[in-house]
Design a protein around this ligand. Structure first.
Ligand SMILES: [Zn+2]
Length: 198
């Protein structure tokens, strides 16, 4: 006998699913907007969503979308024993800012804060490597460790910061109800030409 579970609209508002869950016409199915995958919920109901979210492919898509700033943020939040170890070991208690997934420009300050913290993060990772501190054994630590091994990481973030600093005034200037459209083409050309010169 086919499963009797049906789509529940409540799921669309749940923190765990709301960033990717989509309703489809067939009430026995749901869709993941990130993986573009149809999920059969007829037998397992909500468990089918939870199991999709845990899947390696879905996690990879989420990680790719969120990028490395998110990695540092998730390492620092929620505060845990490893955060305490971090503060004790490095003497750095500046907290990481929250990475914003949707409003790109707001991540300028996140990236700047990340750069400020980076030497401390590196020192922490080295201490864990030497066995002076316990390994926090969380996925975000492994990712932070990988970034530490990338000699160009700070350069990459630096490039993001320099580009974002130039684009930010441009983007905020156009966040207005004034009739700005006639000026858009010229401003944009100037911006892109300026970027190409670097
Ligand atoms: Zn997915």
């Amino acid at each position: 006998m086919p499963g009797k579970c049906r789509f529940n609209n409540v799921w669309l508002h749940l923190e765990t699913y709301k960033t990717w869950l989509e309703k489809v016409q067939d009430p026995r199915k749901a869709r993941c907007g990130l993986c573009s995958k149809i999920i059969d919920i007829s037998n397992m109901g909500e468990s089918a969503l939870a199991s999709h979210a845990k899947g390696a492919k879905h996690q990879a898509v989420v990680a790719a979308r969120e990028g490395s700033s998110m990695t540092i943020t998730s390492f620092f939040s929620p505060p845990s024993t490893s955060t305490d170890d971090f503060v004790t070991a490095t003497g750095c208690s500046t907290s990481m800012l929250k990475f914003c997934k949707h409003r790109w420009v707001e991540n300028l300050s996140v990236a700047e804060r990340g750069m400020q913290l980076w030497p401390h993060v590196k020192r922490y990772v080295e201490m864990v490597g030497r066995g002076e501190l316990p390994n926090p054994k969380v996925k975000s630590f492994e990712e932070v460790k990988n970034r530490c091994a990338d000699p160009l990481f700070t350069v990459k973030v630096g490039i993001f910061i320099s580009i974002a600093r130039e684009i930010e005034p441009f983007l905020t200037m156009y966040q207005t109800d004034q009739p700005m459209l006639p000026f858009l083409a010229e401003d944009m050309t100037r911006l892109i030409k300026g970027k190409l010169k670097h």
